[in-house]
Design a protein around this ligand. Sequence first.
Ligand SMILES: [Zn+2]
Length: 61
Amino acid sequence: MSNVQDESALLDDATRDLDGVEAALQRLDAGIYGRCEACGVAIEPRDLQDDPLVHLCSDHR
Ligand SMILES: [Zn+2]
């Protein structure tokens, strides 16, 4: 069972994930992957494992 609202929400999720992947690739290119965008501190490896697209340290999330 699905309705238009569910599908729209799924699409939103997919779009957001894609944006996150692109942003992560750009950070990889720039050599700043795994660092907080706000303060530049290294993000906990545990947090990166939970969400590889995370771009803020625990202080700035
Ligand atoms: Zn930070």
